[in-house]
Design a protein around this ligand. Structure first.
Ligand SMILES: Cc1cc2nc3c(=O)[nH]c(=O)nc-3n(C[C@H](O)[C@H](O)[C@H](O)COP(=O)(O)OP(=O)(O)OC[C@H]3O[C@@H](n4cnc5c(N)ncnc54)[C@H](O)[C@@H]3O)c2cc1C
Length: 327
């Protein structure tokens, strides 16, 4: 690509030369869809995060692959965002390219012995659950109120009400760091509670693998039963979870206990730092009550961790992921 053709005078303000060159190459393909210095606070459910150097919404797999490959040719870090439902992005923002994955699409196979769906990674989890219900297919009812995309769910092993995505994943197609497209079966993903091989290998500044699409195994069931289960889960979620900008559960539940119970027992419900507050309703939910900065959340996370460790000797592990430039 044309790295050498850019004159320093024409570089957008504040971008490293390779990022500016990537921006120009992306613009040649995607035009004004490429944005510079896009506030990440607009694109995370916590409504927090400084500017992304370059920001692009992709709606088709070939766009996603082209953008990732270009970033790699320019040696620019690239971060993928689904719905930003699990991301705490730094106040300094993200260096390099951020891709918003809006590649959506589903193909259901209902007449085979084993019903299944293949979905693009930008498909929203709750829309996938609704479509499965429409086809009389069970297995995703738990996902009805989980914000985020299929790709994000595969990274975090999203789950609720005793089920998780690992339970129905058959295989997924990945774009590797060397640009290959490979299908990998569920065993490869090394799933554990709210984690995966991909999450463990993902850095705060860049991703190594991109999830392109995935095949999920489903079961035939009565549409009424499926709808009933979804309504039950939805109601339970509404009862137990606070409204407002959050990332859902901040910490994983430690073995045999609940992070929310421990934070509450440490007397931290309602504790506030800047615009970040520990919910009065559910102590594992940390809310942006207006104008919060990522630094407020980091301080609140450290406080909760220190207090719980000091009082109960329990080390709490983050469920959410930090992204961007820290330090
Ligand atoms: C109110 C609320 C309730 C929640 N309840 C639950 C719950 O019940 N259960 C649960 O498990 N989670 C829950 N969450 C957390 C969140 O919904 C999940 O973690 C979800 O899977 C995040 O998906 P996402 O698409 O938004 O991922 P993002 O937050 O956008 O990204 C998360 C990580 O995945 C990476 N990523 C995303 N897409 C891809 C891809 N295609 N290829 C490679 N990497 C990718 C990102 O780079 C990042 O590292 C909740 C969050 C909120 C705000």
């Amino acid at each position: 690509m044309c790295n050498n053709e850019h004159n320093a005078d024409t570089l957008p303000l504040g971008l490293a030369p390779n990022v500016a060159a990537l921006g120009a190459d992306l613009q040649a393909i995607f035009g004004d869809r490429v944005r510079r210095h896009e506030p990440m606070a607009f694109h995370t459910l916590l409504r927090v995060g400084g500017p992304a150097d370059l920001w692009l919404v992709v709606t088709a797999l070939d766009e996603l692959i082209t953008a990732v490959q270009l970033a790699r040719q320019h040696r620019c870090p690239v971060l993928l965002v689904g719905s930003g439902a699990n991301l705490l992005v730094s106040d300094k923002g993200v260096r390099g390219l951020v891709l918003h994955n809006r590649c959506e699409g589903t193909i259901f196979v209902t007449d085979d012995e084993q019903p299944r769906v293949t979905a693009l990674s930008g498909t929203r989890l709750s829309s996938l659950a609704r479509k499965a219900a429409h086809h009389g297919l069970s297995g995703l009812e738990w996902a009805i109120g989980v914000p985020g995309t299929l790709g994000g769910a595969l990274i975090n092993n999203a789950g609720a009400f005793g089920s998780c995505i690992a339970d129905c994943l058959v295989q997924a197609e990945l774009l590797t760091s060397t640009g290959e497209r490979l299908w990998r079966s569920v065993e490869w993903f090394g799933y554990t509670y709210r984690s995966s091989r991909l999450k463990r290998e993902t850095a705060e500044t860049s991703i190594s693998f991109v999830v392109l699409q995935a095949e999920l195994r489903l079961n035939r069931a009565s549409p009424v039963e499926i709808e009933d289960r979804m309504s039950l889960f939805d109601a339970q979620r509404r009862r137990s979870q606070p409204n407002g900008a959050s990332l859902g559960s901040m910490f994983k539940n430690p073995p045999g206990d609940y992070a929310g119970r421990l934070i509450e027992a440490a007397g931290l419900k309602g504790t506030q730092i800047g615009g970040a507050r520990i919910s009065e309703q559910h102590a594992n939910f940390f809310l942006n009550i207006g104008g919060a900065r990522a630094a407020d959340f980091v301080a609140l996370i450290e406080l909760a961790r220190d207090e719980v460790r000091a009082r109960f000797g329990v080390e709490m592990e983050l469920e959410i992921q930090r992204a961007g430039e820290w330090g």
